[in-house]
Unconditional design. Structure first.
Length: 121
């Protein structure tokens, strides 16, 4: 499933929502001013954009997520793999390993994850 990739500003507001939800839109405006130094109009413009892209919703002035941050990041990663490696995780890993050496601990963690995944099937 293709997911909208948020801009940096959208991601900053999204993080506030994910941390605070459910949150009243007025409280969101206050937090965005405090944390991001945004004006009310900026907050509502960015909020409208991320709501229009099915990541959040603003019903009766209460903002909640339609998908969790973990789900968003997972879909974003899947999109990246699909767009850049024809959906091939081994292709991505091979490309990654050409540029970065993994530590013994990282290799053990990956092996453990693969082992746990294969046991679930």
């Amino acid at each position: 499933m293709i997911i909208y990739i948020m801009t940096e500003a959208e991601a900053q507001l999204a993080d506030i929502i994910w941390e605070q939800e459910p949150i009243g839109s007025g409280d969101l405006v206050k937090l965005a001013k405090e944390k991001l130094n945004w004006k009310k109009s900026t907050t509502y413009t960015v909020l409208r954009k991320i709501c229009n892209n099915d990541i959040f919703q603003n019903n009766d002035a209460v903002v909640t997520s339609k998908i969790s941050k973990e789900e968003y990041l997972s879909r974003k990663g899947e999109n990246y793999l699909e767009e850049n490696y024809s959906g091939s995780l081994p292709g991505f890993v091979a490309s990654f390993l050409k540029r970065k050496k993994l530590s013994k601990k990282e290799l053990e963690e990956l092996a453990q994850m693969i082992e746990e995944y294969t046991q679930e099937e």
